[in-house]
Design a protein around this ligand. Structure first.
Ligand SMILES: [Zn+2]
Length: 466
């Protein structure tokens, strides 16, 4: 089956904006991108989509995400007031609640919550995600496959479960099971190889929560299996202090010493890295995923302009706040401007490059993130015909500045159409949403019962927790 798409505009980071072109999709790949006109080869057996008001581009790649966190923490972790939490939000709310979720959710419930989150991602133009989660939450993989999404799963590795001191600082026991063997079993069961749709990698939590021995073991196993590593790096000052106290160097230097500053590694956040550290990352070939909304929640701007200035391979992730990539990309654009104090910031084309081509290269996939002959057909299309875009002076700026996920008209992975005319074809969206919400509400009730949701926050719940 051949599909011929004739959008108003075709964009990718390597070719820029093209008008008057047809994109031909066959056997899972972009068979060609050709100018419209009499010279165009006839494709009699083809299905044709003619969309003169639409912008077709590579599907968004969410480079750092915790799909289960968005529905789990949504509302609870927003608008934190002084005195609400006994310590840092990561250690005094997100991790304890995550612990309860890990203990009480059945595999079916985990899958239901993940699928609801993935649905939100798909509906905003996400065709691929790098997701980091606890290894028991592996049903994520099956649900991503069911929806037809491309995924890299990087289950967490800790040298130990993380505990907390009374003043809200993390503690790590050096003797616990690291989860390494469980990830290898997932790899065996689900990984489809370097060019596959479903991949399994490693997610060492951070340079503070993994011992050097564990980090070195991960590095060598990932090289052997030709898979990727995702690690939080310079994400908060507690981490940086702990690494300095234990190893006498900064987080980025420590990660480099462990062999993890190299292509095939995605560092998450880099929030507190220095300009020199950004340059070190840029020179190493490792990529960095920035998640603006996650830090906005704590009242901080991510230093996107400084990251871009350092020449980093920069991707964008939604972390655990939303899965709406368009929302995240707009935030990234606004923050880059605000943080640099100039109107320049990151132009729409740079933001879109980060979310497509750069993210693909960060994951070692030169055949993704493009609309070009031979690229895998992971494509999305936004209809820019509605009033919010008019007149369309520049479709990229229109999409980033004024775009709405509701205008996503087409999404495909490997040529399989997952969403058409705004409708998800691979799931019953209403049923997925209902099941996901039910699963999450049960975790909240259980967490409240166990005291994992501090009372001042639990009191604000808009539905009965008991
Ligand atoms: Zn994260």
């Amino acid at each position: 089956m051949t599909l011929v798409i004739q959008p108003g505009w075709v964009w990718d980071a390597d070719h820029g904006l093209r008008t008057g072109h047809s994109v031909i999709v066959r056997d899972g790949v972009v068979a060609d991108v050709v100018p419209n006109g009499p010279g165009q080869a006839p494709t009699l057996d083809a299905e044709r989509i003619v969309a003169p008001d639409a912008l077709l581009l590579p599907g968004f790649i969410n480079l750092h995400n915790h799909a289960l966190s968005a529905p789990l923490f949504r509302g609870l972790a927003d608008d934190i007031a002084p005195g609400d939490l006994p310590g840092h939000i990561v250690y005094s709310l997100l991790m304890p609640l995550g612990d309860v979720a890990a203990q009480v959710m059945t595999e079916e419930e985990i899958g239901d919550a993940a699928e609801m989150a993935l649905l939100e991602g798909l509906r905003s133009g996400t065709t691929a995600l790098l997701d980091v989660y606890r290894v028991a939450q592996w049903p994520f993989i099956e649900r991503a496959k069911r929806l037809g999404l491309r995924s890299w799963s990087c289950p967490y590795l800790f040298s130990a479960p993380v505990g907390m001191t009374p003043d809200g600082k993390p503690t790590y026991s050096p003797t616990a099971d690291t989860g390494f063997e469980a990830i290898l079993r997932l790899f065996e069961r689900f990984d489809e190889g370097p060019r596959g749709v479903t991949r399994v990698g490693f997610g060492p939590h951070g340079p503070d929560s993994c011992t050097p021995e564990l980090l070195r073991a991960i590095d060598s196993k990932a090289r052997e299996l030709e898979t990727i590593i995702s690690i939080h790096a310079a994400q908060n000052l507690i981490e940086i202090e702990k690494v300095r106290a234990a190893h006498g160097r900064g987080s980025i230097d420590h990660i480099r010493e462990m062999g993890l500053l190299r292509p095939g590694v995605v560092l998450a956040h880099g929030m507190f890295a220095t300009d020199e550290e950004f340059s070190t990352i840029a020179a190493s070939g490792a990529a960095l995923a920035s998640c603006p909304l996650a830090f906005a929640r704590s009242g901080r701007f991510v230093p996107l302009a400084r990251m871009e200035a350092a020449g980093l391979r920069l991707g964008i992730g939604t972390d655990g706040v939303t899965l709406d990539m368009l929302h995240e990309l707009r935030t990234a654009s606004a923050f880059a401007k605000t943080q640099s104090g100039t109107p320049h910031g990151l132009a729409a084309a740079l933001i879109l490059r980060a979310a497509t081509r750069d993210a693909a290269l960060a994951l070692g996939r030169d055949d993704l993130g493009l609309v070009a002959k031979g690229a895998r057909a992971d494509l999305i299309m936004f209809d820019l015909g509605s009033s919010r875009y008019q007149p369309v002076w520049d479709p990229l700026k229109s999409l980033i500045t004024n775009g709405s996920a509701a205008d996503l008209s087409l999404a495909m992975v490997e040529g399989h159409v997952l969403l058409r005319d705004g409708r998800v074809l691979t799931a019953d969206a209403a049923a997925v949403t209902r099941r996901g919400r039910t699963a999450i509400e049960r975790v909240w009730r259980e967490a409240a019962r166990r005291g994992a949701i501090p009372g001042s926050i639990a009191a604000r719940a808009a539905f009965p927790l008991h």
